[in-house]
Design a protein around this ligand. Structure first.
Ligand code: HSE
Length: 444
């Protein structure tokens, strides 16, 4: 225990970039719990400056006006450690590089920046010996970056499946539990503050894809960017898709997946059906979870709040305490181990199953014609159910689930079905995630 008098405790100046929902909570803790943090770290964390866009803006937390400035460079230059919570790519990247270049450790929650320029930031940190920490960038409060980087460093991660976007999980959960249409569920999410006025980054899967790239880089000891992640959002999901999945014992989730595939790794974000009894099937509302399968550890589940001021500030402060301890001990940052350089494998080569709903003419020989298309593509049908089409008496609905196959073959089958005169409409195509591991071993 550090028993040095407060006056003798070394001081670490913390420069904060951004005082939004998360930044203001970080500032609040630094201002009100300095003594406690000093006992934990052996150094006094002194908030030395807060860079904001508008010093007069209304904030959740009252901040000392003398700390607020619009001059981010001055905050960086006057700090020993920089906490970046502004988001965006530029001018943030330039500022983070300025800090790292000067040997100042950086704590960031900026998944978009890491998923675009992570390698550049890691190189800058390695060159100066600074630490680059980003627990808050993936799944908010949930400790997953550090477990992936440190706790599982001696194991071999086979894959992770994550619900890493709370907005879309809230929307899908609303649709599942109330039968709401997508637009209505999204409006409810916006009303309750779970979705932004412009929800594009969440709804289109970009936010989850950035997190997937960041987490996969640690899991598979390789450097990935957001362009390595196959990304589909949830805007096309209908109340009928969700209801049909529910009836079959599944729930639709926007899943972030990183898994070994042949000699590489497939990274994807897309809405999939997972069994309701799978641990991820029970992740409700805006909560996040990451399910990890590792060779020795087996299955691990990380669950908690993926957004919000206080929860995300918890992750930032954890990084800050950790960085302060390392600085106090004179330790350097831990470089990203990306020696494995496993290539990102195309979605085409992933083994998956599809649930397909077709509106078809209900007459003699239709099923035989459809079955022939599946057989021609080497795709086997697992289950099939025919019901009346609630929209019209002219067609029936056929819900088919395939056995596993190469994704490209499954999609070619769907394209061929679409071209058949007896198929009036391909109503939905949703991958099915069994929740069981399908490990094809890429070595590292
Ligand atoms: N908008 C994100 C979410 C939180 O809904 O999970 C920050 O990435």
């Amino acid at each position: 225990m550090n028993t040095a008098p407060a006056s003798e405790t070394p001081v670490l100046r913390v420069g904060l970039l951004g005082a939004g929902t998360v930044g203001s909570q970080v500032a609040h803790v630094l201002l009100t719990r300095a003594e406690e943090l000093a006992l934990r770290t052996g150094v006094r964390l002194e908030l030395s400056g807060i860079a904001v866009r508008d010093v007069h803006a209304t904030r959740d937390v009252e901040l000392p006006p003398q700390l607020l400035t619009t001059d981010a460079d001055a905050v960086i230059d006057g700090a020993d450690v920089v906490v970046e919570l502004t988001g965006g790519i530029e001018p943030t990247r330039t500022r983070v590089l300025r800090a790292l270049g000067a040997g100042k450790s950086v704590i960031t929650g900026n998944k978009a920046l890491l998923a675009e320029s992570g390698r550049q930031l890691q190189d800058a940190a390695a060159a100066s010996g600074a630490q680059l920490s980003y627990e808050a960038a993936v799944a908010g409060a949930i400790p997953i970056v550090r477990p992936m980087r440190d706790s599982l460093a001696g194991d071999r991660v086979e894959r992770f499946l994550g619900i890493m976007n709370g907005t879309t999980n809230f929307v899908l959960d609303q649709m599942d539990s109330t039968g709401a249409a997508f637009d209505d569920a999204l409006a409810e999410a916006q009303r309750l503050g779970y979705a932004e006025a412009d929800p594009t980054a969440d709804v289109e899967g970009h936010d989850a894809a950035a997190k997937t790239a960041v987490l996969a880089s640690l899991a598979f000891h390789s450097s990935y960017t957001i362009t390595d992640v196959h990304c589909e959002g949830i805007a096309g999901m209908t109340a009928e898709d969700v209801a049909a999945a529910k009836e079959a014992g599944y729930v639709i989730k926007l899943l972030s997946v990183g898994e070994r595939c042949g000699d590489g790794v497939n990274l994807r974000v897309n809405p999939v059906m997972i069994p309701r009894e799978h641990v991820l099937g029970g992740v409700r509302g805006a909560y996040n979870a990451v399910f990890v399968e590792a060779a020795a550890a087996g299955s691990l589940m990380f669950y908690g709040q993926g957004a919000g001021g206080e929860p995300t500030a918890s992750a930032v402060l954890g990084d800050l305490v950790s960085a302060a301890r390392a600085i106090a001990l004179g330790a350097q940052g831990i470089p990203l181990a990306d020696y494995a350089a496993l290539p990102a494998v195309s979605m085409d080569d992933v083994t998956t199953k599809l649930a397909v709903t077709l509106a078809v003419s209900d007459r003699l020989g239709v099923l035989a014609r459809l079955a022939q298309v599946f057989a021609d593509h080497g795709v086997s049908i697992s289950t099939m159910q025919q019901t009346e089409d609630p929209r019209t008496t002219e067609t029936s609905l056929l819900r088919l689930v395939t056995h596993t196959g190469r994704h490209a073959d499954l999609m070619a089958t769907v394209a061929a079905l679409r071209g058949l005169p007896v198929v009036r409409d391909v109503v939905s195509v949703t991958p099915v995630e069994s929740g069981e591991g399908a490990h094809a071993g890429a070595g590292d």
